[in-house]
Design a protein around this ligand. Structure first.
Ligand SMILES: [Zn+2]
Length: 480
């Protein structure tokens, strides 16, 4: 039996988070009434001319720099010709021979911790097509052109992946980078990030590439993994039976968990690419590229290293906090105001993320970072215990008031009044003669129980140091 090696290259389409479309001023917005966001330009009326959206190019350059690409000062738009009912022009404005970004790379980690570099061949910009709607339509299809002309970035890697884990790590990192940069929301389920792996196998130890299959309709990281694994088996079985593989485009059926033939793969020349005569070459000023480089948001990896140092966190905590830019932004705002990184980190990873998980997003979470910082400060300064803090936090979820005001209104502040604490202590001692006797006979652990009972009696509000001291004194006194 021949042993085969997996070879994968991927193409990723990412929708750019711009306010308007790529070549007109229509809003780039999801979920509006069908065809509400259209104009003569994106409807391809005769005689209209496209104008490039500067913000889209800026986002593309940002992503290119983050992926270590060369940003070309001159690139070109090209027409990709094909017919489809959701493509009013009959061609798509894309880039072909001269894309904006070339020669990038991203390091990936295999499941056994080995690092390898994946080369990025190119990143270009293009417009998206509209959508065909079939749902609730009795016969035929409806066309919604709200998405027609919205900006897409296409990232193409070299066929450098040798395992499914590497692909998975690449997609995870890429999604995180694009979200950190606010270039794309990375939502695969809603189609704002689409991935098409080109999969082939070859006898291990050989150099020539096998016949590749392009897999479409991948709408989650899990589907990417399953789809590639499925193709490896399918192609291996075919080769082992002595059958010939064809270069084809296959779809992924999520429910059946199998791929199916869509079409025998077309080549680039089928699209009759040619430079778009309506758009001059795109010239990017090197000073502008430098400006973008300088003002680009901090990337996930360096940011993680920095927060470990700056806030004294461990690797595992930093991983949780850096998993999403919204979480790390929230954490850093709170930690700076609270003046205690470790305690703030514990609160964000514990109560905050737990509450967010129960419903909603961290962006819309009712306890904003400045209020969490105030709560952490109350704990730090000993004004409330951490048990009480959890209670205050619960109240903050439904109240707009500051934690200080809540503590005040609910009478939750720590009680350091010795007289009040002594009264509670006396009660506990008289209620628990058996435990007091055990302690006096040398069972030190019982003290924890007695203090716990005292704290309960004080509804968690007693100053723990005073309570501990008074309880010890009182128990010792009862020895006499
Ligand atoms: Zn338009």
């Amino acid at each position: 039996m021949t042993e085969y090696e997996l070879v994968v290259g991927i193409e990723i389409h990412a929708q750019l988070l711009t306010k308007s479309k790529l070549f007109c001023a229509c809003p780039n917005r999801f979920g509006d009434r069908p065809n509400a966001n259209t104009c003569p330009v994106c409807l391809a009326h005769p005689g209209v001319l496209p104008v490039v959206n500067r913000a889209a190019i800026e986002k593309l350059v940002k992503a290119g720099l983050a992926l270590n690409c060369k940003v070309n000062e001159i690139s070109r738009f090209a027409r990709k010709n094909y017919f489809y009912p959701d493509l009013p022009k009959g061609y798509q404005i894309s880039q072909y021979e001269m894309p904006v970004c070339t020669d990038g790379r991203l390091d990936v980690t295999d499941s056994d911790g080995k690092q390898r570099t994946i080369r990025i061949r190119r990143i270009h910009i293009e417009e998206d097509a509209g959508k065909l709607l079939h749902e609730g339509v009795r016969s035929g299809s409806l066309v919604d052109l709200n998405r027609a002309g919205t900006p897409l970035m296409e990232i193409v890697t070299e066929p450098d992946f040798r395992s499914v884990d590497e692909v998975y790590d690449f997609l995870t990192q890429l999604r995180r980078i694009l979200r950190y940069l606010k270039v794309c929301d990375g939502n695969m389920e809603e189609g704002s990030m689409r991935c098409e792996p080109n999969i082939s196998i070859r006898p291990r130890g050989t150099e020539a590439l096998g016949v590749k299959v392009e897999l479409k309709n991948i709408n989650s990281f899990k589907a990417a993994r399953r789809g590639i694994e499925y193709e490896v088996i399918r192609q291996t079985l075919m080769l082992d039976r002595g059958e010939k593989l064809r270069q084809e485009t296959r779809g992924w059926d999520e429910n059946k968990e199998e791929s199916f033939l869509m079409r025998v793969k077309e080549d680039a020349h089928d699209y009759r690419y040619f430079p778009d005569p309506d758009l001059p070459p795109l010239k990017l000023d090197s000073a502008w590229i430098e400006e973008i480089r300088k003002t680009t948001e901090e990337l996930p990896r360096p940011r993680k290293e920095r927060i470990i140092k700056e806030y004294g966190l461990n690797e595992a905590d930093a991983d949780v906090l850096c998993s999403e830019f919204a979480i790390i932004d929230y954490f850093e705002t709170a930690a700076r105001k609270a003046g205690d990184g470790k305690l703030t980190a514990n609160w964000v990873m514990g109560e905050v993320l737990r509450a967010v998980k129960a419903g909603g997003t961290i962006e819309s979470f009712p306890v904003r970072p400045d209020r969490l910082a105030e709560l952490v400060k109350l704990i730090r300064t000993g004004r409330i215990s951490s048990t009480i803090a959890k209670k205050v936090f619960e109240l903050m979820l439904t109240s707009p008031n500051s934690p200080e005001a809540i503590v005040e209104a609910e009478g939750l502040g720590i009680v350091s009044d010795e007289k009040a604490i002594a009264e509670a202590v006396a009660l506990i001692i008289s209620e628990n003669p058996e435990q007091v006797r055990q302690f006096l006979e040398g069972k030190d652990k019982v003290m924890g129980f007695l203090v716990g009972q005292g704290m309960k009696k004080m509804k968690g509000k007693a100053d723990p140091a005073i309570l501990n001291r008074l309880m010890k004194e009182a128990v010792e006194k009862s020895r006499a």
